[in-house]
Design a protein around this ligand. Structure first.
Ligand code: CA
Ligand code: CA
Length: 290
């Protein structure tokens, strides 16, 4: 199995980025990932010296042989192994949902023991997930902290073990990179960060010959449309529109019929409210797409 070491990182997804490895469709790859702060915060005081140019590293990119522009890359997450016995969370003035209320810049080290994150004596069961996963975009360059059609910083908790992440391929080879693993996160990621951890992610990479507009996360139960745009309202509307279109096509019913069906079965929600583009999700139970 190919291993992509954690010193191969990018800080932006760009159309012309250079691969650090080549893999074939069907291959399984392991990515070592740094935490979203680049491992810079080992003590709570380290926050004062944080170098923001080293934030949000993503490991890669890898060139997937056979992946062509217009196709879909499918990344099946086989394992997320947290490679530390502690994580870190930060809160900063000017960031997060309550950006005008929060004061100062604080970090908190969170021990991880027996499958739980420990927060002031509270044990919170871990649910490891991948914050950043994406491919080379079509034209524009996006910092790894920004999500859009290429994926990126979607901070969606459904991006977890056993999920299949479908990403539109905009450049030959797709150029996949990932990082920003969280031991646990709630929808919204309200304070701007989660329990940030280094990890090893094992994924099987496949290519499918169909075109999608936005990333889709397939779990055991749901197909989840992920849309990231500067305004939350626009992201919610676009995620809903894509979900209705998928229902309409799958069931061969009119848009209006699918719209009504969606109102009964689709859960529209928020992945994160704190990154430069905000991420909405529309979850369709798989059985209605069959
Ligand atoms: Ca993130
Ligand atoms: Ca993060």
């Amino acid at each position: 199995m190919k291993v992509i070491l954690k010193d191969n990182v990018i800080y932006a997804f760009s159309p012309g980025m250079k691969p650090v490895a080549h893999v074939h469709a069907g291959e399984t790859v392991q990515f070592e990932t740094l935490d979203a702060l680049g491992g810079q915060i080992q003590n709570e005081e380290d926050v004062m010296n944080l170098d923001f140019s080293k934030v949000n590293p993503a490991t890669g990119p890898i060139y997937v042989e056979g992946a062509r522009k217009g196709q879909t890359l499918v990344v099946e997450i086989l394992d997320i192994n947290i490679s530390s016995d502690r994580g870190v969370i930060v809160a900063e003035e000017g960031f997060g949902v309550l950006r005008d209320v929060v004061k100062g810049f604080r970090a908190k080290i969170l021990p991880i023991r027996d499958g739980c994150v420990i927060f002031d004596g509270l044990s919170i069961p871990i649910k490891p997930m991948i914050g950043v996963i994406g491919v080379a975009p079509e034209r524009e360059e996006f910092p790894t902290g920004t999500a859009h059609k290429h994926g990126g910083n979607m901070d969606t908790k459904e991006i977890t073990v056993k999920s299949r992440i479908h990403l539109p391929v905009f450049q030959d080879g797709a150029l996949l990179a990932l990082g920003d693993v969280h031991a646990v996160m709630g929808d919204g990621e309200v304070c701007v960060s989660a329990c940030e951890v280094p990890a090893t992610v094992t994924a099987k990479i496949e290519v499918e010959d169909r075109t999608i507009d936005w990333p889709i996360v397939e779990t055991e139960e749901h197909v989840c449309v992920i849309v990231s745009l500067p305004e939350l309202k626009d992201a919610l509307e676009e995620a809903t529109r894509v979900a209705v279109k998928m229902l309409s096509e799958a069931r061969k019913i009119s848009f209006e019929e699918a719209y009504m069906l969606a109102s009964l079965i689709v859960d529209v929600g928020v992945s994160q409210l704190v990154d430069p583009n905000l991420t909405a999700k529309a979850k369709i139970p798989k059985r209605y797409l069959a």
